[in-house]
Design a protein around this ligand. Structure first.
Ligand SMILES: C[S@@+](CC[C@H](N)C(=O)[O-])C[C@H]1O[C@@H](n2cnc3c(N)ncnc32)[C@H](O)[C@@H]1O
Length: 230
């Protein structure tokens, strides 16, 4: 995926799955380096923002190796992890319940979950609107959604520094310790991401209300929080 046009449709699904299968073993290590460990704090807050009582049943969509699922369990929820990539689910440590599935068509009953998390995966979905519809379907009315996604600071030194870090340093580190093509694809994949306003509108039309967008740490990351409409 280095310099070729970004794939779409079934070809995107195929390439994304193959890429994550290939990088699964070192995914968490590169993630920690890439975010300087800050992602753990962002996930903690994103789970707390679900504002669900203990022992709620929460689905972690595109769970990867399970960072979010483990945080859900730490905060006393019952987590189910689902992901397209068998390699990512298999590489995850101490992940209790894992289901391999495409997020746009998940094998779960309608209204089954009290909450849903999804970390850094929106860019990777082939059909984002269908995936939001599916997230709404598996959540019970009143159920809560908390999504994290990459972002870019809006201005100033933080923006300039972030650009160098994300577009140059991260692909370099990724090439050294993992897979060159995958970590060159990472900054390019932001081209798939609609604006935050467009994502808010999509969530509203998929059946969510009280949709809230928040920039995290000056825009180093972003979060969407919403409630499944009654
Ligand atoms: C950047 S990783 C994020 C993993 C994890 N959520 C985290 O926060 O570390 C993106 C994940 O999305 C998964 N993914 C991509 N397309 C998917 C799809 N259509 N359905 C389900 N998972 C998908 C990938 O396999 C990968 O594990």
């Amino acid at each position: 995926m280095t310099n070729s046009p970004l794939p779409t449709g079934d070809e995107k699904t195929r390439q994304v799955r193959a890429m994550f299968d290939a990088i699964a073993g070192r995914y968490e290590m590169v993630n920690r380096l890439m975010t300087l460990g800050l992602d753990a704090r962002w996930r903690r807050r994103a789970v707390a923002d679900l504002r669900l009582p203990a022992h709620s049943l929460v689905l972690d969509v595109a769970a990867g190796t399970g960072d979010f699922a483990r945080e859900l369990e730490r905060q006393a929820h019952c987590a189910v992890a689902t992901d397209l990539s068998y390699g990512m689910l298999h590489a995850g440590r101490e992940m209790p319940r894992r289901v391999q599935a495409d997020a746009s068509s998940m094998p779960f009953a309608t209204g089954r979950f009290d909450g849903l998390t999804c970390g850094y995966a929106l860019r990777n979905f082939t059909d984002l609107a269908a995936t939001f519809d599916e997230m709404a379907r598996v959540l019970r009315p009143g159920g809560r959604l908390s999504l994290l996604e990459v972002a870019e600071p809006e201005k100033g030194l933080l923006r300039a520094g972030f650009r160098v870090w994300f577009r140059r340093v991260v692909p370099f580190i990724g090439s050294l310790v993992s897979d060159r093509a995958a970590y060159h694809y990472l900054p390019r994949s932001t081209a798939y991401l609609p604006s935050s306003a467009a994502i808010v509108a999509m969530l509203n039309s998929s059946g969510f209300s009280a949709v809230n967008h928040r920039r995290v740490m000056g825009g180093l990351s972003q979060q969407f929080i919403a409630t499944r409409s009654l």
